[in-house]
Design a protein around this ligand. Structure first.
Ligand code: HEM
Ligand code: HEM
Ligand SMILES: [Fe+2]
Length: 479
């Protein structure tokens, strides 16, 4: 995908633009992992790169790169499916291309500033020029405004194409969901001096993205993918999609309350947060059942017709999308539920347990399916009917998944130790925080996390190699 093949078979401009977004996404994914490794080593050797590349910066670039590569891959996926779904070639895509370059230039400048301006006093101008200080969405305000403009162009492309073309259920959900997703970004742009108020609104972006609008978004991707990959019936996947939208918004919106337990918001959030957020895993289970059910049914139907069952048109995409069903269920559903009741969260809040959940959920629910969409892009770029998984595809998915699962288990152990020692035994004081971090269980867990991080990174190298080669290999196999 990253190479400069001259003759490609992408049928329209939207798909070419989608591939441009995918390329940047994969580069940022690599940068994210490198930053994670630096931050992980700093847990073990706090002096590592001190004052050259501080933990605060490595961590910040790690999680901002995460959010940005996922948004790039999401935009790429939308451009990729736009024509297929609407039957229309796309409105004003030239403008969309311009927006891509503007966004990419802005992201580059923001990252360079993060890296070169690491310390110093924070003033009003810092907010505008360097960093807004809101975890995950730290971009300074000038970039925020630029992002809004670029997103408006993107949305215009999508909405105008939708209006001009066929209106499938998948596209209807997507167009409505993207409006909510983009609109929520505004909640993270206002500055207040009051930290409770700031956190209150910041969670509107973070929570209402990952637990409502992004989930619905990947629901539309999964629906699209199942139709393309295994010929699932549109009426069935779309019916499920609508049910999921209802359930996800039903539990996800008020589930926001699980971030309002300890930030100074009124106590009624304990009950609201506990009830609605504990319902959140329900739609995730439904989605999980849905994917596997559709797959099994399709295979059964094919066998009944006397055909070769399980004809998957894109092996790696299918593998990543099935991993998504498991990963979303485990990372968001199970690991999320673990700490969502205030009675539990009072002990686990802000421990490595949270980081365990954060890693498995972002990976399982989003990284997986977005990588799957990239494989779709590659298949189309090389114009092959069927793309089988190669040795590299298998190594990539096995090592990355194993690595992230390993990190999750290690962080869960570290979090467990913090809950017992720092919180339960020593009462959660500042001193207790450091005592707990220096005990062997915690240090061993951090070591294992770093080792599993290296495994993840090796898997990533296989992934890049695969993305560079698999299209050609599939073409040759077909010839
Ligand atoms: C794909 C969906 C999800 C993603 C990507 C995700 C990701 C995250 C991340 C990154 C954090 C840490 C935020 C921070 O920096 O403070 C977090 C916190 C949290 N998540 Fe999720 N999450 C998801 C779904 C869920 C679900 C379904 C539940 C509950 C059933 C849940 C419960 C929680 C809770 C209670 C916290 C607060 C932890 C604390 O108090 O420290 N999450 N989530
Ligand atoms: C090479 C592999 C990776 C390593 C070594 C790594 C390491 C780290 C470290 C050290 C932190 C800071 C934790 C803290 O402040 O206590 C972090 C945070 C985070 N990482 Fe990673 N990471 C890796 C891969 C990933 C992947 C693949 C994802 C998701 C797709 C991810 C998502 C996150 C999130 C959401 C946070 C914030 C968690 C929170 O605040 O609770 N990381 N990571
Ligand atoms: Fe949440």
């Amino acid at each position: 995908m990253l190479n400069s093949i001259k003759v490609n078979q992408l049928t329209n401009e939207g798909q070419k633009l989608g591939m441009m977004y995918f390329r940047v996404a994969i580069i940022l994914f690599g940068a994210q992992l490198l930053m994670g490794l630096i931050a992980a080593i700093q847990f073990l050797a706090p002096g590592f790169l001190f004052e050259l590349f501080d933990f605060s910066v490595a961590r910040m670039v790690h999680i901002n790169a995460l959010v940005v590569w996922m948004l790039y891959a999401m935009i790429g996926s939308v451009y990729f499916m736009l024509t297929d779904e609407t039957g229309h070639e796309g409105v004003a895509l030239g403008l969309g291309k311009l927006a891509f370059w503007v966004l990419t230039a802005a992201v580059t400048v923001v990252v360079l500033v993060y890296i070169f301006v690491q310390v110093g006093a924070g003033t009003e101008s810092t907010l505008w020029l360097i960093n807004e200080g809101r975890e995950y969405i730290e971009a300074p305000r000038w970039a925020d405004i630029g992002i809004v403009v670029v997103v408006l162009v993107f949305y215009y492309n999508v909405f105008a194409t939708y209006m001009a073309g066929k209106k499938t259920g998948i596209m209807t959900v997507m167009v409505a969901d993207l409006l909510a997703l983009a609109g929520l970004y505004l909640a993270g742009m206002w500055y207040t001096d009051n930290i409770s108020m700031d956190q209150f609104w910041w969670w509107w972006v973070i929570h209402l993205w990952v637990e409502a609008t992004w989930e619905v978004f990947v629901g539309t991707l999964a629906a699209f993918a199942l139709i393309r990959l295994i010929g699932a019936k549109r009426e069935i996947v779309e019916m499920w999609l609508w049910i999921e939208v209802l359930m996800l918004f039903g539990s996800g919106i008020l589930g926001l309350g699980h971030h309002y337990f300890w930030i100074g918001t009124p106590e009624y959030w304990w009950e609201i947060g506990a009830l609605f957020s504990s319902l959140e895993p329900v739609p995730l289970v439904a989605m999980f059942v849905h994917v596997l059910y559709d797959w099994g049914k399709e295979q059964g139907a094919a066998k009944a017709r006397g055909e070769e069952g399980n004809v998957v048109t894109n092996g790696p995409a299918m593998a990543w999308i099935v991993t998504n069903a498991f990963g979303n269920f485990l990372g968001a559903g199970i690991w999320g539920f673990f700490h969502t009741l205030p009675q539990v969260n009072i002990y686990t809040h802000g421990t490595q347990f949270t980081a365990a959940h954060g890693h498995l959920a972002f990976f399982g629910a989003y990284a997986t399916i977005l990588i799957g969409m990239m494989y779709f892009g590659i298949q189309k770029a090389y114009g092959v009917k069927r793309m089988r998984a190669t040795f590299n595809s298998k190594m990539a998915i096995i090592l990355i998944t194993l690595g992230v699962l390993g990190m999750t288990v290690a962080l869960t152990i570290a979090g467990y130790e913090q809950v017992l020692v720092e919180r339960a035994e020593l009462g959660g004081t500042w001193e207790a925080f450091f005592i707990a971090q220096n005990l062997p269980w915690y240090i061993q867990a951090q070591l294992w996390r770093t080792i599993m991080g290296v495994v993840t990174f090796i898997g990533f190298i296989y992934l890049v190699i695969d993305m560079l080669l698999i299209g050609k290999q599939a073409q040759q196999a077909e010839a």
